[in-house]
Design a protein around this ligand. Sequence first.
Ligand SMILES: Nc1ncnc2c1ncn2[C@@H]1O[C@H](COP(=O)(O)OP(=O)(O)OP(=O)(O)O)[C@@H](O)[C@H]1O
Ligand SMILES: Nc1ncnc2c1ncn2[C@@H]1O[C@H](COP(=O)(O)OP(=O)(O)OP(=O)(O)O)[C@@H](O)[C@H]1O
Lengths: 216, 216
Amino acid sequence: PNAYGIIGLGRFGTALALELAKAKKRVVVLDIDEGKLGSVKDFITNAHIVTSISRDVLEESGISHCGTVIVCIGKDIESNILATMHVIECEIPRVISKAMNDDHQRVLEKIGAEVILPEVDSGVRLAKSLLTLRTLDFLELDDDISITEISLSEKFDKKTIGEINFRAKYRLNIIALTRDEKTRVQIGSETELLKLDEIVVIGKNDDISSFIKENS
Amino acid sequence: PNAYGIIGLGRFGTALALELAKAKKRVVVLDIDEGKLGSVKDFITNAHIVTSISRDVLEESGISHCGTVIVCIGKDIESNILATMHVIECEIPRVISKAMNDDHQRVLEKIGAEVILPEVDSGVRLAKSLLTLRTLDFLELDDDISITEISLSEKFDKKTIGEINFRAKYRLNIIALTRDEKTRVQIGSETELLKLDEIVVIGKNDDISSFIKENS
Ligand SMILES: Nc1ncnc2c1ncn2[C@@H]1O[C@H](COP(=O)(O)OP(=O)(O)OP(=O)(O)O)[C@@H](O)[C@H]1O
Ligand SMILES: Nc1ncnc2c1ncn2[C@@H]1O[C@H](COP(=O)(O)OP(=O)(O)OP(=O)(O)O)[C@@H](O)[C@H]1O
């Protein structure tokens, strides 16, 4: 039920499988290439070499009992579609499949899978981070508002948020503070800032950009 | 200076270039394949076919005047490394290059480029979203705290944040509210919630997961 099945260990599938294993989840992986299984065998015990994906293979390997299955087969679009179909016929609660292009995506959606396009997602995310902010990690809420982490400069050292009058001056809300690898979310006007703190702020993209320019 | 240069229009490079063009930025793109340039020519006028990347090509195409250049060449690792080196020698302020694997990443870092591994990033992001939350979009601040968007259910309809005593009851801070495609960040205890609102919350991953289970 709450085990994860992964079919295809390319760069995307391998990163996905290892991250789930790191979080101590039960993971079952399948691939046609023995070498690929070798790269994860220290972290994932339940790994099976297969020649192709069929209903029998999904049952014998335990994939059919997983709560979520992700099909990560890439260049071989035919195998990707057939594997996705077999997984959906096992009545897995959540099926996600990697698409190579728009046409492939439409076929997968028609057979009932959620679709992910890893390269396109990464391209769009990099563009958004170049446009709004220097940091590569942010969350865009709508075209105009984002959340991002910013490292503070010297000028904020040992000053409280109230003293700086942060919200009025920069039109940003500080929603979290990371100091020495620990994040706290209880923030008030009496919270003191130190020069190496990382603050997480929410506000308009323009206000975030001008704060970063002025602060760095 | 604030123009963007993109070398290589695969799925990643194309998504990146189109998103930057959509934001009305000046974009220069290069590729060895005429067909790839055709797929972006309606949105990007400054597109050049090249046979290889050299100092002269970077100057003639205008890439050498860009503030940020992203090398998105994939399978041909040798061309990717040589192109990155030529770009760095043009003293471009920010150079980002796509790596195919860990060894490739180390070479690129040694020659002075920032490195991105799109497939690995997407794999890790998908794992994190499966682990913490059903939504595919969230920001992880440290191993324990995340920010995510959640759609509200009927039970919150026409109640204020103060009436629900949201922070005490769910141990989450509401930092933004999206209603009819518009996001607001000025949130207080008197803010009224409606049943189709999307709220953005910050808090511990466990508290987010239990809120999602209880709320859906
Ligand atoms: N029919 C199949 N059953 C199981 N695994 C398969 C099948 N066909 C291909 N694979 C495996 O799927 C993995 C990913 O496929 P491939 O390398 O073509 O994709 P990719 O798009 O290049 O991957 P990535 O971008 O994630 O590196 C490979 O490890 C391959 O061995
Ligand atoms: N020397 C070069 N100069 C310019 N462009 C190049 C060069 N070599 C390859 N390209 C182009 O780079 C693009 C991306 O390369 P390729 O398709 O190998 O990568 P990929 O990793 O499969 O891409 P993606 O995953 O983004 O789809 C292609 O459009 C290709 O034509």
